[in-house]
Design a protein around this ligand. Structure first.
Ligand code: ADP
Ligand code: MG
Length: 577
């Protein structure tokens, strides 16, 4: 088989890191015939003792990888993999031509850096797989027990900007993760919980419910002493190889991020796309292995949402939790986008509202001093039950906090952008920035100009991410915003994408108005109590702004103001403070 790699070579031309082994090998390879599986088997044969067991063969390859010839061996194997057995051309469809060089480089990089003990069995496995094995199956085997790469695929798969074909291909990879067997998971649970299994009469389901890069989920039932009844739960179990492999995966991800940062120009992607992706992958992995932290977050989240009708968070089953196992109530529902696809348009609109309320309005308007919000609300972490209309937010590994003051300015920013109030918007942006920028200073004036231009360009119907787009644009000019705010902005973009999948365009549903309405209604209801992050003077600001927006000089009462401000028929009361 001959694969064209001209486009990759072109893309690499002019690279500032021409001495890197990946690039050199590309140049050499271009002038050599491609090795087929047969040649490779012959080449590797030197390392493989005749008639040896699999373990002995693996050890021989491992020794080869550690020897002075190891680097050349890795290089040959890497090229064999990306060009012959899992050809990048097959993996990345034609419309994504630009993705081929980075995908290829990433694969080569990992084969060049994975420890001999992890790489050797993979190489042997690839040699022994039948020649008819598909590229996809081979890739699944290659990334088995390599959580860093599995996670990378997953994060890219969830990028809303990818076309469905590639997203589906990557999602298939994600669903194809099989690193542990049910009996391994059962053994870990028994080892971790010991006598507690009997004490709470735990029965573990024989099958795995879901498996991802870091953990596997299995159902169980137990006798809850509080109710005296048998209850349903799920165990989220840290996979056994994770503690051992974690550090190495974080390391090569860091190396890969650096390698991509150095040559992003060659790939023709926006400067931040690849570094941001890697940052997200590393952050996810770091937090996903921290079960104790997720357990604490789950308790906190459960409290935050406990009085919200229609929004649920699984409840922690504390007596059955350890640092490697999280026990939770089993929740009903399916991935929100799949659930919504089966609903009529009117109900889909309600689902969209629930999503905004649950993931943005509730944390934004919480009376807590520091409110948490979900940092990774992709559709797979949002279960929806069409029968009860309940939305359950799962998977709290990634979360962030915003202070009262930050939330207050953020709430006002949403309002001001929705109202197209330039002065108000500028004040909130400055208040949110990490530096103390005075509005009269040169930087203050720059922000003011950016805001004016941004608001002028906005279409009539606001989108929920307008405010975030504005912050992003200002951040690009060097104004710094706190980390949690940047995280929230990512959450909003994710949500915007889900809204599109759930009920058509997010703009049509008034994402911006929905948030503004929640803010305003909440404010009215909680104004007299000291429970809202918003203050009295904010209300005056809002009134002035709204008056100018509507062009009316006289409005009776606050509700009347709201009626003017917000589109009719879109006002559903916020069920809780
Ligand atoms: N409390 C729960 N009730 C029912 N299913 C659950 C629950 N928690 C997790 N699951 C199932 O397990 C999958 C993985 O769980 P999740 O917490 O998202 O972990 P991760 O995505 O890190 O593997 C979910 O997509 C869901 O299908
Ligand atoms: Mg998840």
């Amino acid at each position: 088989m001959v694969y064209r790699i001209d486009d990759q070579v072109t893309a690499m031309a002019g690279s500032s890191v021409v001495d890197s082994p990946v690039i050199n090998s590309l140049a050499i390879e271009n002038s050599l015939p491609q090795p087929g599986p047969e040649q490779l088997r012959a080449a590797l044969g030197n390392f493989l003792p005749k008639g040896a067991t699999a373990a002995e063969q693996t050890r021989a390859i491992e020794a080869g990888l550690r020897s002075p010839a190891g680097e050349a061996m890795r290089d040959t194997m890497a090229r064999w993999i990306v060009d012959s057995i899992v050809p990048v051309e097959r993996l990345v469809p034609q419309p994504y031509l630009a993705w081929r060089p980075p995908v290829r480089d990433a694969m080569m990089f990992v084969v060049a850096h994975l420890s001999p003990a992890r790489l050797a069995p993979k190489l042997l496995e690839q040699l022994e797989l039948p020649l008819t094995t598909t590229a996809e199956q081979r890739l699944l085997r290659l990334i088995a027990k390599v959580p860093g790469l599995q996670k990378l695929g997953q994060v890219i798969a969830r990028n809303q900007h990818l076309r469905p074909a590639l997203r589906n291909a990557l999602a298939r990879l994600e669903n194809g993760i099989r690193d542990v067997r049910p009996e391994d998971v059962g053994a870990i649970i028994r080892q971790e919980l010991g006598p507690r299994l009997e004490k709470y009469s735990v029965k573990i389901a024989p099958a795995i419910l879901s498996e991802a890069s870091v953990s596997a989920v299995v159902r169980f039932t137990w006798r809850d002493p509080a109710s005296g009844k048998r209850e349903r739960g799920v165990f989220k179990v840290l996979k056994p190889h994770i503690p051992e492999y974690f550090a190495e995966d974080m390391d090569y991800l860091q190396g890969l991020a650096q390698c991509f940062a150095d040559r992003h120009r060659n790939y023709g992607f926006p400067a931040n796309l690849l570094p941001d992706t890697f940052k997200k992958v590393r952050r996810l992995l770091r937090h996903e292995v921290n079960f104790v932290r997720e357990q604490k977050t789950l308790l906190e989240a459960w409290n935050l949402y406990r009085s919200m009708k229609g929004i649920r968070v699984p409840r922690l089953i504390q007596p059955l939790c350890t640092s490697r196992i999280t026990a939770l109530t089993e929740e009903r529902g399916i991935k929100v986008t799949s659930a919504a696809a089966r609903l009529p348009a009117s109900r889909r609109k309600k689902v969209a509202e629930q999503l905004i309320e649950a993931l943005v309005a509730v944390p934004l308007l919480s009376s807590d001093k520091e409110a948490i919000f979900h940092g990774d609300p992709h559709a797979g972490n949002l279960l929806y039950d069409n029968r009860t209309g309940e939305l359950t937010i799962i998977d709290w590994a990634l979360r962030e906090r915003l202070s009262r003051d930050q939330r207050r300015h953020l709430a006002l920013l949403f309002l001001m952008v929705t109202l197209r109030d330039g002065v108000g918007t500028c004040n909130e942006v400055l208040a949110l920035s990490q530096q103390h920028i005075r509005s009269a200073s040169p930087r203050g004036r720059m922000v003011s100009e950016l805001v004016t231009r941004f608001l002028d360009e906005l279409p009539v119907v606001p989108s929920g991410v307008d405010a975030m787009r504005l912050l992003e644009r200002i951040a690009m000019k060097g104004v710094k915003f706190p980390g949690p705010l940047i995280m929230l902005s990512k959450v909003m973009f994710t949500l915007d994408g889900i809204m599109g999948d759930v009920g058509g365009s997010s703009k049509g549903m008034g994402f911006g108005f929905t948030i503004a309405r929640h803010v305003a209604q909440h404010w009215i209801r909680n104004r007299k109590e000291f429970r809202s992050p918003l203050m009295n003077k904010d209300w005056i600001t809002l009134q002035c702004s709204a008056l100018l927006y509507t062009g009316r000089l006289w409005l009776k009462g606050e509700q009347a103001l709201l009626d003017r401000l917000l589109p009719p028929g879109s006002t559903a009361p916020l069920t809780s403070a």
